[in-house]
Each structure stands twice: as structure tokens, then as C-alpha cells.
Design a protein around this ligand. Structure first.
Ligand SMILES: *Cc1c(COP(=O)(O)O)cnc(C)c1O
Length: 414
């Protein structure tokens, strides 16, 4: 695959609908000319994009391979079977459902399998890094279930497993959810399993973020411990936007029925084929190198930002995620994000369990796909802290950011 910063030419779209063609080309340029530090984002390979843009997008396929409600499914059945088999092998799972449209749909399906409305569920509180589907009042989860939060130790930022056990014993939940949108450390799935067993609860691992590191052998695998693992395919895993569920054989039928027909209709066969392509890529030795480099880059980023005076949550990271509070530099997260955005460094605000409750969440999955290593990551940390402090002018920094980004084109990596 030749290195290029340009997207595939949108010849037909440009002719027919130049307004949309321009927007798409502009977005591709934005992605290639700035630094994508949003921890949930990545760059899929050109092969994944081709599968996504293929005529499989035209196919209706309600049901599962060999048992569809529509005709003409022979070839898409084979694509879905390949996706399932590759994911089973990659994660050592007895059963995988690859139809979930998103990470949130996967969580919804997992709840549908194990819970009834009104059941008590334990999950990380949203201020500590829980996802919307972990009991937010704005989400179905908070409306239909009785969520009890556990937190992180306010000093260390680490999950306090003794506190989780105490909350579990006090509330006797039907299920415990482990997983977070911003926790930068490995999760001790064995400890969660022991707590779940202690109170007779199911264990749901929401591994939306770390599942890509699991595929590359750079993070512990929740599959042996959780009753159901929910995941996304588009974060570190570098596949198309989507979700999946992994479980033991005895829950297979219930998981499949919770996805279709309980919470979804027809499967998106172009996305499922693209998932299969991404699983194929993740099984290559190069992906393990990628996953470990993602972590090495995140450690470099955390270390450099700590030296620059940021308060780094948990003092570092085991994953692709780094969360920091810029307050010690005398800057609030909201204005830091604004300054960084005008410098071409794109990242998120996240909830933090201390300080003013807001921090910056960064991830290294996308820049590592571009081929950046420790040296470039350290340079990014220096630019980032210079801009946040006000030592660097966002406009001149924008030029340096663009030069760095275009030296590492996102679609050079196959
Ligand atoms: C990203 C994420 C999700 C949801 O994924 P979507 O595809 O955006 O619905 C769910 N749970 C956790 C922990 C996540 O990080």
C-alpha cells in the first residue's frame, strides 16, 4: 500500500454530489493534518474502508448465518462466519456475536440477557469513568435499572477492590459491570470475578477500550472471567464502527436473541465483513507490535506530561489512555482543550473524580497507527504543554503539528 495522505478518490460522488464529496475530502484532510488524540479513535486500514464501502451495504440479512429471514444470504453468511471464527480465535471465546451495531448496543444486549428491569447493578460511577450505559440518568440504563456506583480511590485514582466488595455486599447486585471510558490501568478481572461470586452476581466486562490491546497481547483478557464481554471494534482494535459480545457456549443462544430480534433488526453485512477484515489484521504478528507500541507511547506521554507539571491520574498508564488535570499549571481543562484545538491537537474533556471534576483524556491509538513512536510522542507532549501553559502560540504550533502529522500519513499502514 503506497503511503498517501489523500483518501481514495471520490470520483462518482464528486460528479454527483460535490457538496458531500468536498465535506468528506475536507474531513480526510483534517484527520491527516492534525493530531488525533481522542482515546476512542483510530485509523482503519484501507482494506477495512473498502469492505465498508462495498455492495454488502445493500444486503438485508435478518437472523444468523444459515437461519436468515431473507434470501440471497449465502455469501454474507460466509462473511459473518469468518468474522465470528476469527474473533473466537483472537480472544479465546466459545461464542461471539458480531452483529451489535455499536458498543452501546452490545451493552444493551448484555443487560437484556442477564437482567430484568428494576434489577440492581454495580458499575463504576460516571464521575470516576463509567460509560453512559453504566447507569446515566440520560440513558436507558439509568432509567430501567437500579445502578449503584463504585468509585476509585481519590488519592491514587485506582480501583479500590475492597470498596467494590463492600458496596457489592451491601447492595447484593444482580450484575457487576467492570470497564470504563477513561481508567488508564489494567482491570483485575479475577478480582471482579471473585467479588461477583462472593455476592452471587453476574460479571459483565465492558472492554470497549482495551479489547484492541487484548487482541495484541498488551492487556489482560476478560473473556475467561466475565459471563459476557461487551466490546467495540473501532477503538484500539482499529476496525469499523461497531460492537460485539463474547461469551461461553451456554449463553450463546440468549446473547444472539438479545441482539436480534430483541434489540436490533437486520445485521449490517458491510460492517460485519469489515469486522472480519479487522480481526484478520489483528491476528497478524504486526498487530501485537502495534498494541505494545500504543502502550509504550502512552507511557511516554504520561511521563512527559507529569514532568511538565500536569497531574497525571494514577501517576501513569498501562494502556493507550492517559488522563491529566492541567489545574497545577493554572489552566482549566475546558480552556486547555480550546487552545489545543486551535493548535491542531484534538482530544476530549473527561470527568475526573477529584479537583474541579474535569480533566483531559488522551489516547495514543491513532498516532501509533500512523507510525509515531516515543520520539514523536515526546514532541507532542512538549507542544501540548507549551500550548496549555501559554508559552507557545497556537498558530505557529498549528504549523508544526501539521508538519508532524503529514510526515506520518494515516493510510500508509496496511
Ligand atoms: C466506547 C464505549 C462504549 C460505547 O461504544 P459506542 O460504539 O460509542 O456505543 C461503551 N462502553 C465503554 C466503556 C466505552 O468506552
Amino acid at each position: 500500500m503506497p503511503a498517501t495522505t489523500e483518501p481514495a478518490p471520490l470520483a462518482e460522488l464528486t460528479r454527483q454530489d460535490p457538496e458531500l464529496a468536498d465535506l468528506i475530502a475536507g474531513e480526510a484532510t483534517r484527520q491527516a493534518h492534525s493530531l488525533q488524540l481522542i482515546a476512542a479513535e483510530n485509523f482503519t486500514s484501507p482494506a477495512v474502508l473498502e469492505a465498508l464501502g462495498s455492495p454488502l451495504a445493500n444486503k438485508y440479512a435478518e437472523g444468523y448465518p444459515g437461519a436468515r429471514h431473507h434470501g440471497g444470504c449465502e455469501l454474507v453468511d460466509m462473511a459473518e462466519r469468518i468474522a465470528i471464527d476469527r474473533a473466537k480465535a483472537l480472544f479465546g471465546a466459545e461464542h461471539v456475536n458480531v452483529q451489535a451495531h455499536s458498543g452501546s448496543s452490545a451493552v444493551l444486549a448484555a443487560y437484556a440477557v442477564l437482567l430484568r428491569p428494576g434489577d440492581t447493578v454495580l458499575a463504576m460511577g460516571l464521575p470516576s469513568g463509567g460509560h453512559l450505559t453504566h447507569g446515566s440518568p440520560a440513558n436507558f440504563s439509568g432509567r430501567w435499572f437500579d445502578f449503584v456506583p463504585y468509585g476509585v480511590d481519590p488519592e491514587s485514582g485506582l480501583i479500590d477492590y475492597d470498596q467494590v466488595r463492600a458496596v457489592a455486599r451491601a447492595h447484593r447486585p444482580k450484575a457487576i459491570v467492570c470497564g470504563s471510558i477513561s481508567y488508564p490501568r489494567h482491570i483485575d478481572y479475577a478480582a471482579f470475578r471473585a467479588i461477583a461470586d462472593d455476592v452471587g452476581a453476574y460479571l459483565i466486562a465492558d472492554a470497549a477500550h482495551p479489547i484492541g490491546l487484548v487482541a495484541g497481547g498488551a492487556a489482560p483478557n476478560p473473556v475467561p472471567y466475565a459471563d459476557i464481554v461487551c466490546a467495540t471494534t473501532h477503538k484500539v482494535l482499529r476496525g469499523p464502527r461497531g460492537g460485539m459480545l463474547l461469551c461461553r457456549a451456554e449463553l450463546a443462544d440468549r446473547v444472539d436473541r438479545a441482539v436480534f430480534p430483541f434489540t436490533q433488526g437486520g445485521a449490517q453485512m458491510h460492517t460485519i465483513a469489515a469486522k472480519a477484515v479487522a480481526f484478520g489484521e489483528a491476528a497478524q504478528p504486526a498487530f501485537s507490535g502495534y498494541a505494545h507500541q500504543v502502550v509504550a507511547n502512552a507511557r511516554t506521554l504520561a511521563g512527559a506530561l507529569a514532568e511538565e507539571g500536569f497531574a497525571v491520574t494514577t501517576g501513569g498508564t498501562d494502556t493507550h489512555l492517559v488522563t491529566v488535570d492541567p489545574a497545577p499549571l493554572g489552566v482549566l481543562s475546558q480552556s486547555a482543550r480550546g487552545r489545543l484545538a486551535s493548535s491542531g491537537m484534538v482530544l476530549d474533556i473527561c470527568a475526573l473524580p477529584h479537583g474541579d471534576g474535569r480533566g483531559l483524556r488522551l489516547g495514543t491509538a491513532a498516532i501509533t497507527t500512523q507510525g509515531m513512536r516515543e520520539a514523536e510522542t515526546a514532541r507532542i507532549a512538549a507542544l501540548l504543554s507549551g500550548v496549555v501553559r501559554g508559552d507557545l502560540d497556537p498558530r505557529t504550533t498549528r504549523e508544526e503539528v501539521r508538519e508532524l502529522a503529514v510526515r506520518f500519513p494515516p493510510y500508509a499502514v496496511g
